[in-house]
Design a protein around this ligand. Structure first.
Ligand code: UDP
Length: 339
């Protein structure tokens, strides 16, 4: 399998103003590609791309991916599509499932159709490990049955099925990468209560205790964003098509280990229904097909996060009370769902 990085191509990144998308856009430009970002700035931040604005090979179109007429023209002459645009987070997906369907399912079909019309050479779909729900097998391989527990997980999974179907039916050169718990600089800070790193770093800056869910022994497959970007770029440079591959750290780490590395007081809050006690990717497939392995340990990654902690200065500081309010819908709808 050839693993040479992509270069000299026209690349389109949906969701390129988001956390992973902005890192990917940077890398693709560094490797000598032209990069066109489509983002509606619903959660992505124009500021995260400000440092690229002067690059003549970089452009942004503000548009909603589900608005097919708006985005279609941007795909003309594109070699590679990286489809990262999506609505994330659990609670708002339970409260507004139609918005999630529009962004993650209708939006994906719209992007697939635009990519098909442009006869692109590669289409990378960014999928979520949340499709596994609470799996029986750890580390979890790609052929584990899907069991999405909330609309976000369901819509990302349906989007993946559409992408694979566009490969099967139209020969679109699709690969789907299932990401686990990604962290790194520019990890989303504002908006709804979510991803643990942003929550803890803002709490650390404010001198507040870390709100540890349950007893903190639950573990997550924390993967550093530069490893994720390596996996995306290697996948695009390969000739693999029609496959789903997990991307993870090859390990799983307790939340208590994370708070120990971050350093600070801890306060415990109730465990949430539907949350797995462990996420842990089986990454033997991507290792075998691409020779990809993660390079950044949790310890090194946390050090980089702490060096960049000022980024979270404007982030909301969550407390046990505000978290209780923010997760009320979660408890209400998922409590009886335990399987
Ligand atoms: N978590 C925590 N305190 C928080 C938010 C999250 O202890 O205030 C824990 C949560 O229980 C989970 C892990 O951090 O075990 C990762 O949570 P996140 O929401 O980032 O990802 P997910 O649960 O979707 O894997």
């Amino acid at each position: 399998m050839t693993n040479s990085p992509t270069s000299g191509l026209r690349c389109l990144v949906t969701g390129g103003a988001g956390f992973i998308g902005s890192h990917l856009a940077e890398r693709l430009l560094d490797e000598g590609n032209e990069v066109i970002v489509i983002d509606n700035f619903a959660t992505g931040k124009p500021n995260d791309l400000a440092h690229l604005a002067d690059n003549p090979k970089f452009s942004i179109q503000q548009a909603d991916i589900a608005d097919h007429e708006m985005i279609r023209a941007a795909f003309e002459g594109i070699d590679h599509v990286y489809h990262l645009a999506a609505m994330a987070d659990i609670v708002p997906s339970i409260e507004n499932p139609m918005i999630y369907h529009r962004a993650n399912v209708d939006g994906t079909i719209s992007v697939l159709e635009a990519a098909r019309a442009a006869a692109v050479k590669r289409f990378i779909y960014v999928a979520s490990s949340s499709c596994y729900g609470i799996p029986d097998v750890y580390p979890t391989p790609e052929n584990t049955p899907a069991h999405p527990m909330y609309p976000y997980a369901l819509t990302k999974y349906i989007g993946e099925q559409y992408a694979l179907h566009w490969h099967q039916t139209y020969g679109l050169p699709v690969v789907s990468l299932r990401f686990f718990n990604i962290f790194g600089p520019r990890h989303r800070t504002s908006g709804t209560y979510g991803a643990v790193f942003g929550v803890f770093l803002a709490q650390k800056l404010a001198g507040q205790p870390f709100t540890v869910v349950g007893d903190g022994t639950q573990t997550r497959d924390f993967t550093f964003v530069s490893d994720i970007v390596d996996a995306i770029v290697l996948t695009a440079a390969s000739d693999i098509v029609g496959e789903v591959m997990n991307v993870g750290s090859d390990d799983t780490y307790a939340i208590n280990r994370l708070t120990e590395l971050l350093g600070g007081e801890v306060i415990y809050i109730p465990k949430r229904p539907g949350e797995p006690d462990c996420t842990f990717a089986d990454i033997s497939k991507i290792k075998r097909l691409l020779g990809w392995t993660p390079q950044v340990s949790l310890e090194d990654g946390v050090r980089i996060m702490l060096d960049n902690i000022d980024y979270w200065r404007e982030a909301p500081v969550w407390t046990p009370d505000t978290i209780k309010d923010a997760t009320a819908t979660w408890f209400k709808h998922l409590d009886s769902e335990q399987t």
